[in-house]
Ligand binder design. Structure first.
Ligand code: SF4
Ligand code: SF4
Length: 347
């Protein structure tokens, strides 16, 4: 890999020729597990890579968000055995890099950070998060279901990254976003870039901004939803929705889980694990004595939409949707809550 003077301060900029990307990723793989977008059939998934060539940085979106690395779909909390007692599952983990994340997914991780590290710190999430660096990648294309621009979360990334790449044609502009990113950039000995390259970056992002088709008007959203809790659109959605939960499973900001004990048949050993759960599923709101306070599908649909667009804000000081569009792509019934909001607005 071509080397040059190292990049120094937090506001530093660097250039990475695309021909050097492979060497850079291989160097990172020497020290970190690198998780990035890789093809899967006609789609993309985040997965640990075995070589730099596995990365597909021209991806649009992935089936599941990179959340799955920090908050796993199934996670053993501890196991136990009659004679050996309780065995903690948490082990020191190898440091990892989430590579090539788009702005919406990085913003969503910041929401998860608030949910899992502030009021009730979650040690399982916390240890993974501490050992994770994020190398973001500004979007250069817009998918048919993307509306991050409306949510103020993209397409340009403003925070939450350690390093940020922007595709400038035959090279990437590299921006440093944290002291860890600064150390990484210094170790990688990247070419320093003049600040004028930020103008080129904004020009590229402006081209992307012009490509958005899907929008969600957020002005007065709280009042709109509060005034329309009994609007007939919710009943229409109830008849369409299959309550399959896919929309929540693919969502980068959903963080609910259930905890279950799995015992062996002899009841001598077992494990306690947590599994992603979904407010769209019937059993989610079932409590003692079998009472279910959200047994009707319209109540569950409303809970999902109102939680994202109204209830998150007082909890986490941000709206709960980053506009990634995954819930729209994943829904077999093509339910799209940007359309629901438009209906409530009378559009
Ligand atoms: S993915 Fe669609 S059908 Fe399935 S629960 Fe969500 S809105 Fe309903
Ligand atoms: S609600 Fe839908 S569009 Fe918003 S963050 Fe979740 S999956 Fe993405």
């Amino acid at each position: 890999m071509a080397m040059a003077r190292s990049v120094g301060t937090l506001a530093s900029l660097a250039l990475l020729p695309k021909t050097d990307l492979k060497g850079l990723v291989e160097r990172l793989m020497g020290e970190f597990t690198v998780v990035g977008p890789v093809p899967k059939g006609k789609e993309y998934v985040f997965s640990p890579i075995q070589s730099a060539g596995d990365l597909a940085l021209d991806y649009g979106t992935t089936i599941l968000p990179p959340k799955k690395v920090l908050h796993q779909p199934f996670e053993v909390l501890f196991s136990f055995h009659e004679t050996e007692g309780i065995c903690e599952a948490r082990e020191p983990e190898r440091k990892q890099i989430l590579f090539g994340l788009h702005a919406c997914d990085v913003y969503a991780i910041q929401i998860l950070d608030r949910a899992y590290t502030l009021e009730y710190p979650d040690p399982y999430y916390g240890i993974k998060r501490q050992n994770t660096l994020i190398i973001g990648l500004n979007c250069h294309q817009v998918g048919p279901t993307c509306f991050c621009q409306s949510m103020g979360t993209g397409p340009g990334m403003r925070q939450g990254y350690d390093l940020l790449l922007t595709d400038l044609g035959d090279q990437y502009l590299v921006e440093v976003g944290s002291s860890s990113g600064e150390a990484l950039a210094a170790a990688l000995q990247l070419f320093p870039a003049p600040r004028v390259m930020l103008v080129e970056k904004e020009k590229r992002l402006d081209e992307v901004r012009r490509k958005f088709h899907k929008r969600l008007q957020t002005t007065g959203l709280h009042e709109l939803l509060e005034d329309n809790f009994r609007h007939p659109v919710w009943e229409q959605l109830m008849h369409q929705c299959l309550a399959c939960g896919s929309c929540t499973m693919v969502c980068p900001t959903c963080f609910c889980y259930n905890v279950v004990d799995k015992l062996d048949l002899g009841l001598k050993s077992g494990k306690r694990q947590r599994e992603w759960d979904s407010c769209m599923l019937l059993e989610y709101a079932q409590v003692a004595l079998g009472h279910n306070f959200r047994k009707d599908r319209d109540a569950r649909i409303k809970q999902r939409v109102y939680h994202k667009l109204v209830y998150y804000e007082p909890q986490f000081s941000t709206i709960g949707c980053v506009g990634c569009g995954r819930c729209i792509s994943a829904c077999v019934k093509k339910i799209d809550f940007t359309e629901t909001i438009a209906i409530l607005r009378g559009e």
